[in-house]
Ligand binder design. Structure first.
Ligand SMILES: [Zn+2]
Length: 476
Protein backbone atom coordinates (compact mmCIF):
# COMPACT_ATOMS: atom_id res chain seq x y z
CA UNK A 1 0.00 0.00 0.00
CA UNK A 2 1.35 3.39 -0.97
CA UNK A 3 -0.05 6.62 0.37
CA UNK A 4 -0.93 9.13 -2.35
CA UNK A 5 -0.93 12.92 -2.36
CA UNK A 6 -3.55 14.17 -4.81
CA UNK A 7 -4.75 17.44 -6.31
CA UNK A 8 -8.09 19.24 -6.52
CA UNK A 9 -9.28 21.07 -9.67
CA UNK A 10 -10.94 24.42 -9.05
CA UNK A 11 -13.23 24.60 -12.13
CA UNK A 12 -15.85 27.31 -11.79
CA UNK A 13 -18.82 24.90 -11.70
CA UNK A 14 -17.60 23.32 -8.42
CA UNK A 15 -19.14 23.77 -4.99
CA UNK A 16 -17.49 26.37 -2.80
CA UNK A 17 -15.07 25.65 0.06
CA UNK A 18 -16.34 23.34 2.80
CA UNK A 19 -19.73 22.98 1.06
CA UNK A 20 -17.89 20.82 -1.43
CA UNK A 21 -17.17 17.14 -0.68
CA UNK A 22 -14.11 17.56 -2.88
CA UNK A 23 -13.03 20.58 -0.79
CA UNK A 24 -13.51 18.72 2.50
CA UNK A 25 -11.71 15.58 1.32
CA UNK A 26 -8.89 17.61 -0.21
CA UNK A 27 -8.48 19.62 3.01
CA UNK A 28 -8.17 16.49 5.16
CA UNK A 29 -6.07 14.61 2.64
CA UNK A 30 -3.56 17.39 1.91
CA UNK A 31 -3.60 19.24 5.22
CA UNK A 32 -4.05 22.47 3.21
CA UNK A 33 -6.59 25.15 4.10
CA UNK A 34 -9.88 25.04 2.21
CA UNK A 35 -10.71 28.54 0.98
CA UNK A 36 -14.40 29.44 1.44
CA UNK A 37 -14.73 31.39 -1.82
CA UNK A 38 -12.90 28.93 -4.05
CA UNK A 39 -14.80 26.24 -6.02
CA UNK A 40 -13.53 22.70 -5.42
CA UNK A 41 -14.87 20.79 -8.41
CA UNK A 42 -12.83 17.62 -8.84
CA UNK A 43 -10.41 15.50 -6.82
CA UNK A 44 -8.05 13.63 -9.18
CA UNK A 45 -6.42 10.32 -8.26
CA UNK A 46 -4.17 8.87 -10.95
CA UNK A 47 -1.37 9.68 -13.36
CA UNK A 48 -2.92 12.11 -15.87
CA UNK A 49 -0.36 14.91 -16.50
CA UNK A 50 -3.02 17.62 -15.95
CA UNK A 51 -3.38 16.59 -12.29
CA UNK A 52 -0.97 13.82 -11.31
CA UNK A 53 -0.85 12.08 -7.93
CA UNK A 54 2.36 11.68 -5.93
CA UNK A 55 3.56 8.72 -3.88
CA UNK A 56 4.48 9.64 -0.29
CA UNK A 57 6.86 7.19 1.31
CA UNK A 58 7.86 8.26 4.84
CA UNK A 59 10.46 11.03 4.82
CA UNK A 60 11.35 10.61 1.13
CA UNK A 61 10.58 13.36 -1.38
CA UNK A 62 7.13 12.75 -2.93
CA UNK A 63 7.52 11.03 -6.31
CA UNK A 64 5.11 11.12 -9.27
CA UNK A 65 2.97 7.97 -9.20
CA UNK A 66 3.59 7.58 -12.94
CA UNK A 67 7.37 7.62 -12.43
CA UNK A 68 7.11 5.19 -9.55
CA UNK A 69 5.06 2.84 -11.76
CA UNK A 70 7.63 3.03 -14.57
CA UNK A 71 10.21 1.76 -12.04
CA UNK A 72 7.85 -0.86 -10.60
CA UNK A 73 5.80 -2.19 -13.55
CA UNK A 74 5.00 -5.36 -11.56
CA UNK A 75 2.66 -3.17 -9.45
CA UNK A 76 0.36 -2.90 -12.51
CA UNK A 77 0.24 -6.64 -13.12
CA UNK A 78 1.33 -8.41 -16.27
CA UNK A 79 -1.81 -7.85 -18.34
CA UNK A 80 -2.10 -4.12 -17.64
CA UNK A 81 1.56 -3.65 -18.58
CA UNK A 82 0.90 -5.49 -21.83
CA UNK A 83 -2.41 -3.86 -22.74
CA UNK A 84 -1.65 -0.26 -21.66
CA UNK A 85 2.13 -0.19 -22.18
CA UNK A 86 2.96 0.23 -18.50
CA UNK A 87 0.47 3.06 -17.85
CA UNK A 88 -2.25 3.15 -15.19
CA UNK A 89 -5.37 2.64 -17.34
CA UNK A 90 -7.83 4.64 -15.24
CA UNK A 91 -8.31 8.04 -13.61
CA UNK A 92 -10.36 8.12 -10.39
CA UNK A 93 -12.21 11.27 -9.26
CA UNK A 94 -14.71 12.80 -6.84
CA UNK A 95 -16.96 15.56 -8.28
CA UNK A 96 -18.88 18.29 -6.40
CA UNK A 97 -21.22 20.11 -8.76
CA UNK A 98 -22.88 23.44 -7.99
CA UNK A 99 -23.69 24.43 -11.55
CA UNK A 100 -24.21 22.37 -14.73
CA UNK A 101 -21.17 21.13 -16.60
CA UNK A 102 -20.96 21.60 -20.34
CA UNK A 103 -22.95 19.53 -22.82
CA UNK A 104 -20.24 17.21 -24.02
CA UNK A 105 -19.21 13.88 -25.40
CA UNK A 106 -15.95 12.00 -25.29
CA UNK A 107 -14.29 10.82 -28.49
CA UNK A 108 -13.57 7.19 -29.28
CA UNK A 109 -9.93 6.19 -29.66
CA UNK A 110 -9.60 6.97 -33.35
CA UNK A 111 -11.15 10.41 -33.06
CA UNK A 112 -9.14 11.15 -29.89
CA UNK A 113 -5.91 10.37 -31.74
CA UNK A 114 -6.97 12.62 -34.62
CA UNK A 115 -8.00 15.52 -32.34
CA UNK A 116 -4.82 15.28 -30.27
CA UNK A 117 -2.66 15.27 -33.38
CA UNK A 118 -4.37 18.33 -34.87
CA UNK A 119 -5.21 20.37 -31.76
CA UNK A 120 -2.92 19.18 -28.95
CA UNK A 121 -3.55 22.40 -26.97
CA UNK A 122 -7.28 21.49 -26.71
CA UNK A 123 -7.14 17.70 -26.71
CA UNK A 124 -4.26 16.92 -24.41
CA UNK A 125 -3.97 13.17 -24.86
CA UNK A 126 -4.69 10.64 -27.62
CA UNK A 127 -6.90 8.44 -25.47
CA UNK A 128 -10.65 7.76 -25.41
CA UNK A 129 -12.54 8.47 -22.19
CA UNK A 130 -15.34 6.07 -21.32
CA UNK A 131 -16.56 7.12 -17.88
CA UNK A 132 -18.88 6.13 -15.03
CA UNK A 133 -20.45 8.31 -12.32
CA UNK A 134 -21.51 6.71 -9.02
CA UNK A 135 -23.83 9.01 -7.05
CA UNK A 136 -22.86 10.03 -3.50
CA UNK A 137 -25.87 12.33 -3.12
CA UNK A 138 -28.95 12.77 -5.26
CA UNK A 139 -27.37 13.32 -8.65
CA UNK A 140 -28.87 14.88 -11.77
CA UNK A 141 -27.62 14.58 -15.30
CA UNK A 142 -28.59 14.88 -18.93
CA UNK A 143 -27.61 11.70 -20.68
CA UNK A 144 -28.28 10.34 -24.20
CA UNK A 145 -31.14 11.35 -26.50
CA UNK A 146 -34.80 11.08 -25.41
CA UNK A 147 -36.90 8.44 -27.17
CA UNK A 148 -38.80 9.34 -30.39
CA UNK A 149 -42.13 9.71 -28.55
CA UNK A 150 -40.71 12.19 -26.05
CA UNK A 151 -39.11 14.16 -28.85
CA UNK A 152 -42.45 14.41 -30.67
CA UNK A 153 -43.92 15.76 -27.44
CA UNK A 154 -41.16 18.38 -27.32
CA UNK A 155 -42.10 19.52 -30.83
CA UNK A 156 -45.74 19.76 -29.79
CA UNK A 157 -45.21 21.53 -26.44
CA UNK A 158 -42.17 23.74 -27.04
CA UNK A 159 -43.14 25.93 -30.03
CA UNK A 160 -39.87 27.88 -29.77
CA UNK A 161 -37.88 24.74 -30.67
CA UNK A 162 -40.27 23.84 -33.47
CA UNK A 163 -39.88 27.33 -34.90
CA UNK A 164 -36.09 27.00 -34.99
CA UNK A 165 -36.23 23.85 -37.10
CA UNK A 166 -36.91 23.58 -40.82
CA UNK A 167 -40.39 22.27 -41.68
CA UNK A 168 -38.82 19.21 -43.35
CA UNK A 169 -36.88 18.39 -40.15
CA UNK A 170 -40.05 18.64 -38.05
CA UNK A 171 -41.88 16.32 -40.48
CA UNK A 172 -39.06 13.79 -40.38
CA UNK A 173 -39.00 13.73 -36.57
CA UNK A 174 -42.78 13.40 -36.33
CA UNK A 175 -42.65 10.41 -38.67
CA UNK A 176 -39.88 8.47 -36.91
CA UNK A 177 -40.92 4.90 -36.13
CA UNK A 178 -41.25 4.90 -32.30
CA UNK A 179 -39.54 1.53 -32.04
CA UNK A 180 -36.45 2.82 -33.84
CA UNK A 181 -33.92 5.51 -33.12
CA UNK A 182 -34.13 8.79 -34.98
CA UNK A 183 -30.80 8.46 -36.79
CA UNK A 184 -30.50 11.00 -39.62
CA UNK A 185 -33.69 12.89 -38.70
CA UNK A 186 -32.42 13.43 -35.17
CA UNK A 187 -28.90 14.29 -36.32
CA UNK A 188 -30.15 16.93 -38.77
CA UNK A 189 -32.49 18.58 -36.26
CA UNK A 190 -29.96 18.55 -33.41
CA UNK A 191 -27.23 19.95 -35.66
CA UNK A 192 -29.55 22.74 -36.86
CA UNK A 193 -30.23 23.79 -33.24
CA UNK A 194 -26.61 23.57 -32.14
CA UNK A 195 -25.30 25.61 -35.09
CA UNK A 196 -27.82 28.49 -34.87
CA UNK A 197 -26.57 32.06 -34.96
CA UNK A 198 -25.91 33.44 -31.47
CA UNK A 199 -28.46 36.23 -31.92
CA UNK A 200 -31.20 33.79 -32.96
CA UNK A 201 -30.46 31.64 -29.89
CA UNK A 202 -30.58 34.63 -27.53
CA UNK A 203 -33.79 35.99 -29.00
CA UNK A 204 -35.71 32.68 -29.10
CA UNK A 205 -34.43 31.65 -25.68
CA UNK A 206 -35.72 34.96 -24.34
CA UNK A 207 -39.18 34.08 -25.72
CA UNK A 208 -39.09 30.59 -24.18
CA UNK A 209 -38.05 31.87 -20.74
CA UNK A 210 -40.64 34.68 -20.72
CA UNK A 211 -43.37 32.20 -21.64
CA UNK A 212 -42.31 29.65 -19.01
CA UNK A 213 -42.15 32.28 -16.25
CA UNK A 214 -45.63 33.47 -17.15
CA UNK A 215 -47.08 29.94 -17.33
CA UNK A 216 -45.41 29.01 -14.03
CA UNK A 217 -47.90 31.31 -12.32
CA UNK A 218 -50.89 29.34 -13.60
CA UNK A 219 -49.66 25.75 -13.99
CA UNK A 220 -47.04 23.37 -12.69
CA UNK A 221 -44.11 23.29 -15.08
CA UNK A 222 -42.66 19.94 -16.18
CA UNK A 223 -39.26 18.90 -14.78
CA UNK A 224 -37.68 19.71 -18.14
CA UNK A 225 -39.23 23.18 -18.20
CA UNK A 226 -38.02 23.84 -14.64
CA UNK A 227 -34.58 22.67 -15.72
CA UNK A 228 -34.62 25.08 -18.67
CA UNK A 229 -35.20 27.97 -16.23
CA UNK A 230 -32.30 26.82 -14.02
CA UNK A 231 -29.90 26.32 -16.93
CA UNK A 232 -30.77 29.67 -18.52
CA UNK A 233 -30.00 31.40 -15.21
CA UNK A 234 -26.63 29.63 -15.01
CA UNK A 235 -25.78 30.11 -18.72
CA UNK A 236 -27.78 33.03 -20.20
CA UNK A 237 -28.21 33.01 -23.99
CA UNK A 238 -26.70 29.53 -24.24
CA UNK A 239 -27.91 27.09 -26.90
CA UNK A 240 -27.42 24.29 -24.35
CA UNK A 241 -30.81 25.19 -22.84
CA UNK A 242 -32.48 24.13 -26.10
CA UNK A 243 -30.24 21.07 -26.34
CA UNK A 244 -31.47 19.93 -22.90
CA UNK A 245 -34.92 19.22 -24.43
CA UNK A 246 -33.31 16.61 -26.71
CA UNK A 247 -31.61 14.73 -23.84
CA UNK A 248 -32.82 12.40 -21.06
CA UNK A 249 -32.98 14.15 -17.69
CA UNK A 250 -32.02 11.48 -15.17
CA UNK A 251 -31.88 11.44 -11.37
CA UNK A 252 -29.67 8.96 -9.55
CA UNK A 253 -30.09 8.03 -5.88
CA UNK A 254 -26.91 7.52 -3.80
CA UNK A 255 -25.45 4.13 -4.78
CA UNK A 256 -26.71 4.24 -8.37
CA UNK A 257 -24.32 4.67 -11.26
CA UNK A 258 -24.51 5.59 -14.91
CA UNK A 259 -21.82 4.93 -17.49
CA UNK A 260 -21.07 6.80 -20.69
CA UNK A 261 -19.51 5.17 -23.69
CA UNK A 262 -17.76 7.16 -26.41
CA UNK A 263 -19.86 9.65 -28.38
CA UNK A 264 -22.86 9.74 -26.01
CA UNK A 265 -23.98 13.34 -25.32
CA UNK A 266 -24.26 14.24 -21.62
CA UNK A 267 -24.04 16.99 -19.03
CA UNK A 268 -23.86 16.56 -15.28
CA UNK A 269 -26.31 19.00 -13.68
CA UNK A 270 -25.95 18.83 -9.89
CA UNK A 271 -24.92 16.64 -6.97
CA UNK A 272 -21.79 14.80 -5.91
CA UNK A 273 -20.33 11.59 -7.27
CA UNK A 274 -17.37 9.31 -7.46
CA UNK A 275 -16.24 9.09 -11.06
CA UNK A 276 -13.90 6.79 -12.91
CA UNK A 277 -12.70 6.93 -16.50
CA UNK A 278 -9.91 5.88 -18.82
CA UNK A 279 -6.79 8.04 -18.25
CA UNK A 280 -7.84 10.93 -20.47
CA UNK A 281 -9.18 14.46 -20.32
CA UNK A 282 -10.61 14.65 -23.84
CA UNK A 283 -13.91 16.52 -23.86
CA UNK A 284 -15.71 17.84 -26.95
CA UNK A 285 -18.04 20.64 -25.77
CA UNK A 286 -20.93 22.37 -27.47
CA UNK A 287 -23.12 24.08 -24.88
CA UNK A 288 -23.51 25.28 -21.26
CA UNK A 289 -19.92 26.44 -21.12
CA UNK A 290 -17.72 29.50 -21.35
CA UNK A 291 -14.98 27.21 -22.70
CA UNK A 292 -14.11 26.47 -26.34
CA UNK A 293 -16.94 24.80 -28.32
CA UNK A 294 -16.30 22.30 -31.05
CA UNK A 295 -19.92 22.16 -32.24
CA UNK A 296 -19.27 20.66 -35.66
CA UNK A 297 -17.10 17.88 -34.30
CA UNK A 298 -19.63 17.19 -31.54
CA UNK A 299 -22.61 17.01 -33.88
CA UNK A 300 -20.80 14.74 -36.32
CA UNK A 301 -19.30 12.36 -33.71
CA UNK A 302 -22.45 11.70 -31.64
CA UNK A 303 -24.28 8.40 -31.47
CA UNK A 304 -27.82 9.33 -32.49
CA UNK A 305 -29.40 6.53 -30.48
CA UNK A 306 -32.49 7.23 -28.40
CA UNK A 307 -33.72 5.95 -25.06
CA UNK A 308 -32.78 5.87 -21.38
CA UNK A 309 -29.26 4.89 -20.28
CA UNK A 310 -28.65 1.78 -18.16
CA UNK A 311 -28.45 2.47 -14.43
CA UNK A 312 -26.14 0.20 -12.42
CA UNK A 313 -26.81 -0.72 -8.78
CA UNK A 314 -23.63 -2.76 -8.40
CA UNK A 315 -23.54 -6.40 -7.42
CA UNK A 316 -22.40 -7.79 -4.08
CA UNK A 317 -18.99 -9.45 -4.34
CA UNK A 318 -18.60 -9.75 -0.53
CA UNK A 319 -21.06 -9.01 2.30
CA UNK A 320 -19.62 -5.48 2.43
CA UNK A 321 -18.53 -4.84 -1.16
CA UNK A 322 -20.63 -3.72 -4.08
CA UNK A 323 -18.96 -3.83 -7.50
CA UNK A 324 -19.88 -1.63 -10.46
CA UNK A 325 -18.58 -3.06 -13.72
CA UNK A 326 -19.33 -0.91 -16.74
CA UNK A 327 -18.67 -2.56 -20.13
CA UNK A 328 -15.22 -0.97 -20.45
CA UNK A 329 -11.81 -2.63 -20.33
CA UNK A 330 -10.06 -0.03 -18.19
CA UNK A 331 -11.69 -0.22 -14.73
CA UNK A 332 -14.34 -1.26 -12.26
CA UNK A 333 -15.39 0.58 -9.09
CA UNK A 334 -16.09 -0.99 -5.70
CA UNK A 335 -18.02 0.58 -2.85
CA UNK A 336 -16.97 -0.95 0.51
CA UNK A 337 -19.07 -0.36 3.63
CA UNK A 338 -17.66 -2.04 6.69
CA UNK A 339 -19.67 -1.78 9.95
CA UNK A 340 -17.84 -0.92 13.19
CA UNK A 341 -15.72 -3.75 14.56
CA UNK A 342 -15.99 -5.86 11.38
CA UNK A 343 -13.16 -7.01 9.18
CA UNK A 344 -12.93 -7.89 5.51
CA UNK A 345 -10.33 -9.96 3.67
CA UNK A 346 -9.61 -8.19 0.43
CA UNK A 347 -8.39 -10.86 -1.97
CA UNK A 348 -5.72 -10.03 -4.48
CA UNK A 349 -6.75 -8.63 -7.83
CA UNK A 350 -4.50 -9.04 -10.84
CA UNK A 351 -4.31 -5.33 -11.65
CA UNK A 352 -3.72 -2.04 -9.79
CA UNK A 353 -6.22 -0.34 -7.42
CA UNK A 354 -6.65 3.11 -5.89
CA UNK A 355 -8.54 3.34 -2.59
CA UNK A 356 -10.21 6.44 -1.18
CA UNK A 357 -11.23 6.31 2.49
CA UNK A 358 -14.50 8.21 2.40
CA UNK A 359 -15.74 7.81 5.99
CA UNK A 360 -14.73 6.43 9.34
CA UNK A 361 -11.50 5.08 10.76
CA UNK A 362 -9.89 1.67 10.80
CA UNK A 363 -6.75 -0.16 9.83
CA UNK A 364 -5.23 -2.16 7.04
CA UNK A 365 -3.17 -5.29 7.74
CA UNK A 366 -0.99 -6.83 5.07
CA UNK A 367 -0.43 -10.59 4.74
CA UNK A 368 3.05 -10.07 6.22
CA UNK A 369 1.32 -8.76 9.34
CA UNK A 370 2.18 -5.04 8.84
CA UNK A 371 -0.65 -2.83 10.03
CA UNK A 372 -1.40 0.87 9.67
CA UNK A 373 -4.26 3.15 10.57
CA UNK A 374 -6.57 4.66 7.95
CA UNK A 375 -9.06 7.50 8.23
CA UNK A 376 -11.35 9.61 6.07
CA UNK A 377 -9.42 11.47 3.38
CA UNK A 378 -6.63 8.89 3.06
CA UNK A 379 -5.86 7.74 -0.49
CA UNK A 380 -3.78 4.67 -1.31
CA UNK A 381 -2.35 2.89 -4.29
CA UNK A 382 -2.55 -0.89 -4.02
CA UNK A 383 -0.20 -2.86 -6.29
CA UNK A 384 -1.47 -5.85 -8.26
CA UNK A 385 -1.53 -9.21 -6.54
CA UNK A 386 -1.57 -7.90 -2.96
CA UNK A 387 -3.99 -9.23 -0.42
CA UNK A 388 -4.89 -7.48 2.82
CA UNK A 389 -7.38 -7.29 5.66
CA UNK A 390 -9.43 -4.21 6.33
CA UNK A 391 -10.66 -3.57 9.89
CA UNK A 392 -13.27 -0.98 10.86
CA UNK A 393 -12.53 0.52 14.25
CA UNK A 394 -15.11 -0.32 16.89
CA UNK A 395 -17.32 2.39 18.35
CA UNK A 396 -15.24 3.34 21.40
CA UNK A 397 -11.58 4.06 21.22
CA UNK A 398 -10.07 2.37 24.30
CA UNK A 399 -7.25 4.90 24.55
CA UNK A 400 -9.36 8.02 25.06
CA UNK A 401 -12.93 6.80 25.37
CA UNK A 402 -14.31 8.75 22.41
CA UNK A 403 -16.20 7.36 19.48
CA UNK A 404 -13.90 6.12 16.76
CA UNK A 405 -15.67 8.34 14.29
CA UNK A 406 -15.51 11.52 16.32
CA UNK A 407 -19.04 11.07 17.64
CA UNK A 408 -20.54 12.17 14.33
CA UNK A 409 -22.80 9.16 14.05
CA UNK A 410 -20.82 7.76 11.16
CA UNK A 411 -20.42 4.15 12.15
CA UNK A 412 -19.09 2.49 9.07
CA UNK A 413 -15.70 2.52 7.48
CA UNK A 414 -16.49 3.44 3.91
CA UNK A 415 -14.06 3.17 1.04
CA UNK A 416 -14.22 3.44 -2.71
CA UNK A 417 -11.88 1.50 -4.92
CA UNK A 418 -11.14 2.04 -8.58
CA UNK A 419 -9.24 -0.83 -10.08
CA UNK A 420 -8.57 -3.14 -12.91
CA UNK A 421 -9.26 -6.79 -12.43
CA UNK A 422 -8.51 -9.18 -15.22
CA UNK A 423 -12.02 -10.22 -16.10
CA UNK A 424 -11.91 -10.04 -19.90
CA UNK A 425 -14.51 -7.90 -21.67
CA UNK A 426 -16.28 -11.06 -22.79
CA UNK A 427 -16.98 -12.05 -19.20
CA UNK A 428 -17.95 -8.62 -17.92
CA UNK A 429 -21.47 -7.87 -16.85
CA UNK A 430 -24.03 -7.66 -19.60
CA UNK A 431 -27.32 -5.95 -19.11
CA UNK A 432 -30.16 -8.15 -20.17
CA UNK A 433 -33.52 -6.58 -20.82
CA UNK A 434 -36.99 -7.39 -21.90
CA UNK A 435 -40.05 -5.21 -21.67
CA UNK A 436 -41.28 -6.89 -18.48
CA UNK A 437 -38.18 -8.14 -16.77
CA UNK A 438 -34.72 -6.74 -16.22
CA UNK A 439 -32.00 -8.99 -14.99
CA UNK A 440 -28.33 -8.23 -14.58
CA UNK A 441 -26.11 -11.17 -15.24
CA UNK A 442 -22.54 -11.16 -14.01
CA UNK A 443 -21.02 -13.42 -16.58
CA UNK A 444 -22.11 -14.14 -20.11
CA UNK A 445 -21.80 -17.88 -19.56
CA UNK A 446 -24.53 -17.65 -16.88
CA UNK A 447 -26.97 -16.33 -19.46
CA UNK A 448 -26.74 -19.51 -21.46
CA UNK A 449 -27.77 -21.56 -18.42
CA UNK A 450 -30.64 -19.32 -17.29
CA UNK A 451 -33.66 -21.54 -16.83
CA UNK A 452 -36.10 -18.88 -17.99
CA UNK A 453 -34.34 -18.34 -21.22
CA UNK A 454 -36.43 -18.80 -24.34
CA UNK A 455 -34.29 -17.19 -26.97
CA UNK A 456 -31.03 -15.34 -27.07
CA UNK A 457 -29.81 -12.79 -29.55
CA UNK A 458 -26.10 -12.36 -29.69
CA UNK A 459 -24.55 -9.40 -31.37
CA UNK A 460 -20.89 -10.02 -31.86
CA UNK A 461 -18.70 -7.07 -32.65
CA UNK A 462 -15.29 -8.12 -33.83
CA UNK A 463 -14.18 -4.61 -34.64
CA UNK A 464 -13.38 -3.52 -31.08
CA UNK A 465 -9.61 -3.78 -31.00
CA UNK A 466 -9.93 -7.20 -32.58
CA UNK A 467 -11.49 -8.53 -29.40
CA UNK A 468 -14.72 -10.35 -28.96
CA UNK A 469 -17.45 -8.31 -27.29
CA UNK A 470 -20.84 -9.74 -26.68
CA UNK A 471 -24.08 -7.91 -26.18
CA UNK A 472 -26.92 -10.14 -25.08
CA UNK A 473 -30.64 -9.54 -25.37
CA UNK A 474 -32.99 -12.05 -23.88
CA UNK A 475 -36.60 -12.31 -25.01
CA UNK A 476 -39.05 -13.82 -22.53
ZN1 LIG B 1 -18.15 13.51 -19.41
Amino acid sequence: MLRLQVIAQNYDWGRLGEESEVGRLYGISSGNDVKPDVPYAELWMGTHPSGPSYVCDGDKEPELLREWLLKHPEALGENVVKQWQGELPFLFKVLSIAKALSIQAHPDKRLAEFLHLNQPHLYKDPNHKPEMALALTRFEALCGFVNPEELKEVLETVPEIRALLKEREVEMLLNVDPSKSGGTALQEAFTTIMTLEKETVAETLGELITRLKKEKQVRKLTLKEELALVLEKQYPDDVGVFASFFLNYIHLAPGEAVYLSANVPHAYISGECVECMATSDNVVRAGLTPKFRDTEILCSMLKYEQGLPDVLNGSLVSPYTRRYSPPFDEFEVDSLDLPEGKSLEFSAVSGPSIFLVFNGTGSIRSVEGKSFAVKRGDIFFQPAGNQFTLLAKSGVDASNGVSANGGKGVNTLRLFRAGKDDVPALEKKSVVKSTAVEIQVERVRQITTAAVLLSLDLLIDLTHKGKLRVKARVVF
